[in-house]
Design a protein around this ligand. Sequence first.
Ligand code: DQQ
Length: 587
Amino acid sequence: MMSFKNKPLSLQILIKVYGVCVLSLCCLLIFNGVKVEGFKNHRLPPKASQPYRSAYHFQPLKNWMNDPNGPMYYKGVYHFFYQYNPYGPLWGNMSWGHAISYDLVNWVQLDVALIPNDPYDINGCFSGSATILPNGEPAILYTGVDANSHQVQNLAFPKNKSDPLLNEWVKSSVNPILSPPDGVDPSMYRDPSTGWMGPDGEWRIVIGGQLDHQSGSAILYKSKDFKTWSRSPSPLHFSNKTTMWECPDFYPVVVNGKNGLDTSVRGKNIRHVLKASFNNQDCYVLGNYDPKTDQYHVDVDFMDRKGSLMYDYGRFYASKSFYDGGKKRRIVWSWVNEGDTESDAINKGWSGLQTIPRSIWLSENGEQLVQWPVKELEKLRKQKVQFENKELKGRSMIEISGITASQADVEITFSLSNLKHAELLSSDQVIDPQILCKQKNASMNGKFGPFGLLVLASNDLAEHTAVFFRVFKTSKRYQVLMCADQSRSSLRPKVDKSIYGAFLALDPRHANISLKTLIDHSIVESFGGGGLACITARVYPKLAVEEQAHLYAFNNGTQSLSISSLSAWSMNKARIVSIRRRRKPIR
Ligand code: DQQ
């Protein structure tokens, strides 16, 4: 075997830097009275029976996880909380799991931060958010489900705010701080947002709710001290075209720039995003917010025009963003649920993933958001294959070999010419992109497309997930459709095989069509057009696992096109370790 000294200098440096980071994290943990138990095997079935466990997406070492909660950057440490069942792989015993990281890639899972053991949250510590108060102290606002199954809002603070790990959390003695108001169903009143401060020095938050049994709503509250809250006469926004809004998120974005903004920032050149989770999707609107009057005027409302703008057109729910003051960016996290069965969850011993945290900003034309995986993920890249300017004839495919196809990061750009030959999309055809992707799935030939990637493909192609594009011509313009087709992703019955779709807001006459796909065993996260459209899929291949998985670039259209560039990397495994403090068991 190659000794450390024989490794290339760059690798030696990398190993040393990594070692120093891990060592300093361990010292910090020990210094904080935490027993480090990382790098030990946790009790899960052996690796051979875990083909769907991800290698570089965040997931706890075992059990159920759903919504991201209260992400924040505090004293140089990223904190990530999540809806967690400490006792098993199905939803229940809702608690706040807690993990920390220096780089958003490698994680240490700490003790559960909030457990449902008080009268005001005895039936669950549901979702919520973190806000850093003016004295530098972080505060958590979360929903508790009380003994009457009513949803109430509660506060918690760190036991020791000088501890960068924020190891222990103390629930406020004044809980619950808010109970369901008149006109709001007590079982539909939850998920307080991060607070933002107005020009009057008062805090604002929104809480998701259903008003008068019909409207999804972001109920607005104000407070001088973050403890005593009063409801504003009108909600920040509502819609009677949707059901209840879960996990509302409200934040500013800068016009013409990629930097993020702290949630309280106001001023010129700023627009505001309101995200609401409903119908299994995370939809958002863009608009102008006046912090003096708390009026929010949206450009295009939820469910208007062709539907709603969505963060991701695949499996992606209950997302939560935060401002990373260290790197001046806004980052969004999201829960990606399973598409297999409850008994699969029991066999696996776990359920639920998080997306790779994504930077999020306003597009150049100001009409939508753009997302891209955080830069830090690139440090997991290892072997690379790369080529440029390769013709991809009609009805052909090229295998991308030399990397680990089940654990990879792939970036590919296609260039098209002679677009006048594109298929005609008549205006009377359905314009729901998901329906179009279902009608014209990956195996249906077209002219320009389907072309893209076949990921997690078995040797005989009996299994594969296709992420692809089609270009259409309408009477006025060109339309680029992006699809993720899981219909042939697995030979296993009873797993989800949805087909997802989105339109990509780019003009193929002036821009090449790019795709970035993160493949991680059972999750396929795709970013079209530099993050203009994102689609996340969960797949459960039977044959195309581990070394048996293949990766192809394909063109199932009749028109030739060119791969102007391809770069693909095998990905290293992220370190996710667990530590345990000596503390009374939860129950
Ligand atoms: N999940 C939480 C709720 C939230 C829902 C419960 C969204 O607070 O509304 O686990 O997935």
